[in-house]
Every structure is written in C-alpha cells, then in structure tokens.
Design a protein around this ligand. Sequence first.
Ligand code: S3P
Length: 431
Amino acid sequence: MKKNEFSIPSKEIEVPGDKSLSHRFVIFASMAKGVSISTGFLEAEDPLHTMKCFQSLGVRFEKISQGSYRVESPGVAGLKSPLEELDFGNGGTGIRLSCGFLSGLPGMEAVLTGDASLRKRPMDRIIKPLNSLGANVTSIPEDGRAPLRVVGQKLTKGKYSSPISSAQVKSCLMFAAMASQVGLDYEEPEISRNHTENMMQFLGGKINYQSSTRFVMEPPYDFKGAEFHIPGDISSAAFFIVLGLLGREDSVLRINKIGLNPSRIGILEVLKNMNARIEITNKRKECGEEIGDIIVRGSHLKKWEIPASLIPSIIDEIPILTILGMFSEGGFCIRNAEELRAKESDRIHSMVVNLKKLGVPVVEYEDGYEFEEIPGELQENVQIETFMDHRIAMSFSILAYASGIKINIDDTSWVETSFPGFFEILDGISK
Ligand code: S3P
C-alpha cells in the first residue's frame, strides 16, 4: 500500500516507563519492608490504579517528581484489608498479579474489580491454579470473571504446569507463593515475559531453573526496600518504531532508554526478518533488566511468516505489526495467537472489524488473521472502533499518519491507560 510521504529528520525521543515493570514495582515495594524508590514509573491509568489499590492496604506512596515515587511499606505482615473494593480500571496485569498476592496473605479480605473491559476478561486462568494451591478466590458473578472475592490463606507448596504462556498467570502464582512464604514449581510452554523473576532476583530472591521454561522458587522471600530504575516500554516504543520504518528512506528515529528484556524483544526479530533497518546501541543492564537505544531508518518491508514460538514475546505488538504489514510487500499473516482474544479487547475481532471497514480483504481465523498485499487505497473517513483498547487506538492513529488518509477513531481516551503523551510525540515526530 502507498505510504504518505514523510521524513523524520534525525529525531530522538523517549517513551514512558514500562507498564509491566511499573505494576511489579508497586507490588514488590509493598511487599518489601521499609522504603523503596522508583524512577521511570509509568504514570498512566493502569499502574496508577494498582498503586491506589495498594495505598488502601496501608502502603504509603509519595510522588517526588515525574516517574519518581517514594514508597513506604510496613511489610507483608502489616498490610490490612481494604475497606472498599479494589478497582484496577482497565488493567489485567494489576488485577491478576494482585489477586495472587492477596490470596496468599492470611487474614486478608478483598474484592477486586475493574472497568467493563476488565470484567469481561477470563479470570479462571488464575482462579483455578490459585485454588489448587489452597487459595480461596471466587468469581462473584460465577462466570470465571471479575469482580473477584479473595479470602487470604496460608497456601501450600505447589506445582503448576500452565497450558498457556502467560506472564500474568505465572506472576500471579509467584506473588501468591511469595505472600505465603511457600515454594513453587512452575512450568510454561514457551517463556513468557520474566520481569517478576528478574525483580525478585534483584531483591535477593532465589530461582532455580530446571530449563528455560521451568523453575522452582523457595522461601525465604524477605525483601528490603530498594531503588528501581524503570526503562521505557518497548510495547509503547513499538508504535514509533513502526512509524520510523514507514518514513521516507532518509528518515532516522532514535528511541532512547528502552527495556530490551530478551522475553520482550520478539518484535525486533520479526522486524529484522521483514527487512527493517533497525539497530540497537548503548546496551546496558539496570536492576536486572537489559536496556538500550533503538535506531530505526525508513525501510522497504516484506512479509515474514511469524513462528509460533515468538508469539508470547510479541503478544502486545501484534496490532501495530499488522499496521506495518499493511505497507509490506506480500501482506501480513498472524496465526497461533488465540491469546489475542483475551486482551483488553478480543484483538483478533477488533483488528478484523476495523480492517474490513477500511476495505482490506482480511480472512479471520480462530487464532489470527491474514491479508494479501494491499494494492490500492484504503476507504477514507472510516470510523474506527477501539473496543476500550488502547493499542487499537494507537495502532490506527499510526496508520492515519503513515497513510495520510483521514480516519476517525471513536474514543482515543483509552491511550491514557498506558501511554500518556502519545499524541504529543506523534504531533512532533516530523518537525
Ligand atoms: C503482561 C503480560 C502479558 C501482556 C500484558 C502485560 C504482564 O499478558 O499481554 O500486557 O505484565 O505480565 P499475558 O501474560 O496474559 O499474555
């Protein structure tokens, strides 16, 4: 498909802090007795909801400056049951990880809920394994969805072999085991993002790896407050990586200080195989996480068959990779990605519905979708439905910029759940 002719004149940007790490910072800082400090904390709706929930358990959060918080916790034993329902907004990570943590705290009683999108998402994937370890977690509407009632228990040492590669399920059980000071033997089909493992080890916890996809952790989990530096979120950077690639050949965009955890950089592998001109520089490690700067140049993209093993590490980037695929020689295909149906929206449905509105002849599968190279122009003035999903809103905003066609997006406010400042960066990109 034809691009809008735009050039990015050697621009340098940063994107806000990593969402996954920001949620985990709140939980680890609440678990660790004493004072913890963050830099780079993502001040977006999702992690701020999680922070507010832990505030109502008795943890003190004080903002020092943008992204920098001082957290003072009485430690696990000092946390108290909240007086009101805990509202996690749109955040699946917040509710699932916190549910695990609270379920392992004897004496804790709480109801966990969220917005209409979150209340539609599957929670039985955590309820079942948690209860098999002795937890008492119930779906109040009895349909495997939130609101969830948690009555904290001393859990038993356990083993779980997950049928899905989900960092939320894995981290939920890890936090449950940590709260209850019991061992956990965990296995998953492919490695999902391992930030919980990294943060735990950064705080002095021990993990014994049996293989890349199976580990055993054992107490004690007695963490002390620490300082965490949170890098930029590669899932947010992804929108601008794609925009940089879609610029004219002389475009150069540098995105500084991005988290490059090996379990998150599947997008770089996909892009390289799509013929993207992309370079990583200034690689370093901070607080157990790899970080670097990404340099992107305008490129001629080609289709690549994405292997199933890469899906867990690109799961949040599939909507924006689809937009890139619209400009690629050979089109785009994603399969083995049924997990997309369990995100903030059913992202297979959300993408297919909106692509069809734009006139793209897309074929939907249970586990993905596919379209051939797009020869002509897109339908103009289409109304994109975001389905309460930030990544759908941002992906189609990038499409509008890169194609130059007029696209209306029904509700861009969802962008605030993960990427405040997205439109400001977009507006300044080729200035
Ligand atoms: C996340 C894990 C992923 C990802 C989500 C954040 C996390 O979900 O889609 O945006 O922080 O653990 P799953 O682990 O359920 O695939």
